[in-house]
Design a protein around this ligand. Structure first.
Ligand SMILES: [Mg+2]
Length: 372
């Protein structure tokens, strides 16, 4: 089998609201082969930047568009192709958009392998740990503590046993921060695991104060309270509080995750399959986390391609325990883009059993919303 083309498909809602919602546009990757099998992947990054990394022409031996590097290659050779894409782009970067672009292609290559062999990706990765996994409903904080209460109560009534509130008004002042978390807990009830995603808003000392205040509301983890690369701050915070600290969605390279775990001392390692180098990169991050006895969770705030990829990965590693599931009311690009919609049942997501990722695009929506 040979790779014959790589297609970058940038879709974007006609109306984009200025808000925290990475579900308003998407960069979908298609890898085509000479056997007529097409693999699907996603990049959750700056779409045009990632497209440049993929579609750019040969410049020189360590700076070359990913498509140019992969045409004519065997899609089954994922480890070799990953290294080729990385090492032939040293000038493009050791993290960031190069990793994001590699992620979408690597994901599509594993989809091809699964489709060709008639097996779900998790089986190719040696998985089989779960039939289903508990998920947490992931939403933004309401504009006010009262609106946060209403949202928590809505999610509790939908049957979620865990929920996470993030970003929005968090970080304005101590009083409002604590009221947001108090109302989230009140709306969720005492039986629900409650996570708080601060959204990169504090320094270490402020985060230590908030962690102790939030501990009174029995939060399950405190996520990304500090700027992403303040590893020293993360270490001070982790050592000062008994609250679990979660981070990792801004990381992509194995080196970044190594620093987050060993220097930052975070407790829960979060991995986004559309940014960390796809399945090939994510398996290495999971292995690193196992070495340091850290549980991992996915990050996914974009499409069902991302959610499906996360389910395959989480079913292939020993240190998975929960899935992030976007329950945000907002744009409907997520529900339109793919023919499958992944739904939670009683707080669980089923592990996909179809060949490859088990996800197909809604081509009518693609042609209507495609930008390029
Ligand atoms: Mg987050």
């Amino acid at each position: 089998m040979k790779i014959t083309d790589i297609e970058t498909i940038y879709v974007r809602m006609q109306q984009i609201k200025t808000q925290c919602d990475s579900g308003q546009d998407a960069l979908v990757i298609k890898v085509h082969t000479d056997e007529g099998i097409t693999g699907l992947g996603e990049v959750d990054s700056s779409p045009m930047s990632a497209m440049g990394v993929i579609n750019g022409p040969y410049s020189h031996s360590i700076c070359c568009g990913l498509k140019d590097l992969l045409l004519g290659e065997d899609p089954f050779c994922t480890e070799y192709l990953w290294e080729k894409m990385f090492r032939r782009n040293v000038y493009v970067g050791h993290s960031g958009v190069l990793f994001h672009a590699i992620s979408g292609i690597d994901m599509a290559l594993w989809d091809i392998k699964g489709k060709k062999l008639g097996m779900p990706v998790w089986k190719l990765l040696g998985g089989g740990f779960h039939k289903k996994l508990p998920c947490y409903a992931s939403v933004l904080f309401g504009d006010t503590p009262e609106k946060t209460y209403d949202e928590a109560a809505r999610l509790r009534d939908l049957g979620f046993r865990a929920m996470k509130f993030g970003w929005g008004p968090m970080g304005k002042c101590a009083k409002n921060d604590e009221a947001l978390v108090a109302q989230a807990r009140k709306g969720a009830g005492d039986k629900v695991d409650l996570m708080v995603d601060a959204g990169l808003v504090w320094d270490a000392k402020t985060a230590i104060q908030r962690a102790e205040a939030f501990a009174a509301h029995n939060i399950f983890w405190l996520e990304e309270p500090l700027p992403a690369h303040d590893y020293e701050g993360y270490r001070r915070l982790s050592n000062a509080t008994s609250v679990r600290i979660a981070a990792g969605e801004e990381e992509d390279s194995l080196e970044g995750y190594r620093r987050l775990i060993t220097e930052g001392q975070v407790d829960v390692v979060q991995v986004d399959l559309t940014r960390c180098g796809g399945f090939t990169g994510a398996m290495k991050v999971a292995s690193l986390a196992v070495d340091f006895n850290r549980p991992v969770a996915n990050h996914g705030f974009s499409t069902y391609i991302n959610v499906a990829a996360a389910l395959h990965w989480l079913n292939s590693i020993p240190n998975a325990f929960i899935v992030e599931f976007v329950a945000q009311n907002g744009t409907d690009l997520r529900d339109m883009l793919t023919r499958q919609t992944i739904r939670a049942q009683d707080g669980f997501l089923q592990i996909p059993q179809e060949p490859g990722l088990g996800i197909d695009l809604n081509e009518e929506v693609i042609s209507r919303l495609r930008v390029n």
